[in-house]
Design a protein around this ligand. Structure first.
Ligand SMILES: NC(=O)c1ccc[n+]([C@@H]2O[C@H](COP(=O)([O-])OP(=O)(O)OC[C@H]3O[C@@H](n4cnc5c(N)ncnc54)[C@H](OP(=O)(O)O)[C@@H]3O)[C@@H](O)[C@H]2O)c1
Length: 279
């Protein structure tokens, strides 16, 4: 599995696994944990979750998948904006650690920007990092102006990732956010890389044509497309074992200039600043 370097030099896989909507029903938890375990076996050892997902249920599914192999994993979780205060962050982190059944979160993200000042959230993150409860911290759903503001608060430059929506039908970040993160050496984590409800995206004639050339599927091409930047980490979610296998195969696909031009023709790159797209 190709890796992406965090600002510290630590390498993480360019392809991980999402968990949104896992843990919603206890009857599905085993299947979901099995899917994550299969993905881990195939090299997708970065797992993205959040306190929000199934009210902590997804973190419990991650704990099930991680049993006996925690040290192989790079676990990402997120704090709700309403918990992102100086006292709220450590309390939320303690609850997440308990549900994840671990002593540390590898990367802890502010899920989106809320009412608490960034400086306060960063101070709380730094305290957790010093205590060893988290190894790194970052943000999610922050546009360029928010990232610039973050870089200006004490320790704000210690942010190691920005997780944002990115797929062929949502390319706004290419105009300024992606270049900005690139310049500062902050990796971007592409969420909903299959567009969350992939039926329409996967019928794209551009993706299906390129897929034929590679003997691949449209989903694999969409994922490979997101990961073509050396500093983008893709985190598709799949509960279905066939999807997990298919997604893992995307890591080996290298798109040609001809492939990228075919995708650009139908999924246009941005020509001006557009506000950050969110789910
Ligand atoms: N930071 C944020 O605000 C934020 C927002 C959204 C998402 N996220 C993170 O990003 C992760 C991924 O995003 P997402 O869950 O919204 O959407 P996604 O990964 O774009 O799409 C997930 C959907 O695609 C299906 N799928 C997976 N692999 C497939 C394949 N090879 N072929 C066809 N369908 C396939 C899945 O079905 P099955 O499950 O049935 O396999 C599921 O229905 C989330 O799970 C979450 O961890 C973060």
């Amino acid at each position: 599995m190709r890796t992406v370097a965090l600002p510290s030099g630590e390498q993480v896989p360019c392809l991980g696994q999402g968990t949104w909507y896992m843990g919603e029903r206890s009857g599905s938890a085993k299947t979901e944990a099995d899917a994550l375990r299969l993905g881990i076996d195939l090299g997708m050892t970065l797992i993205d979750t959040a306190e929000m997902y199934a009210d902590g249920g997804a973190e419990q599914v991650v704990a099930q998948a991680a049993a006996g192999q925690r040290d192989k994993l790079f676990i990402v979780s997120k704090v709700y904006p309403h918990n992102a205060s100086r006292t709220g962050v450590p309390a939320a982190c303690a609850r997440s650690l308990k549900r994840l059944n671990t002593d540390r979160i590898d990367l802890y993200l502010l899920h989106w920007r809320g009412g608490h000042p960034l400086a306060e959230t960063v101070a709380a993150f730094e305290q957790l990092r010093v205590e060893g409860k988290i190894r790194h911290w970052g943000v999610s759903n922050l546009d360029t102006a928010d990232m610039a503001e973050l870089a200006g608060v004490p320790n704000g430059r210690k942010c190691v990732a920005n997780q944002v929506l990115y797929h062929p039908n949502s390319r706004g970040i290419e105009f300024d956010l992606l270049p900005w993160c690139d310049r500062l050496g902050v990796p971007v984590m592409a969420y909903s890389p299959l567009s969350h409800s992939p039926a329409r995206l996967l019928r794209s004639p551009a993706l299906t044509t390129v897929a034929k050339r590679h003997g691949a599927t449209a989903a694999q091409i969409a994922l490979a497309w997101g990961m073509r930047h050396g500093h983008v980490i893709s985190i598709p979610k799949a509960s279905n074992a066939a999807h997990v296998r298919e997604n893992a195969g995307a890591a080996d696909i290298v798109l040609t200039a001809e492939d990228l031009a075919a995708i650009d023709a139908l999924h246009k790159p941005p020509t001006r600043k557009v506000a950050l797209d969110l789910l």
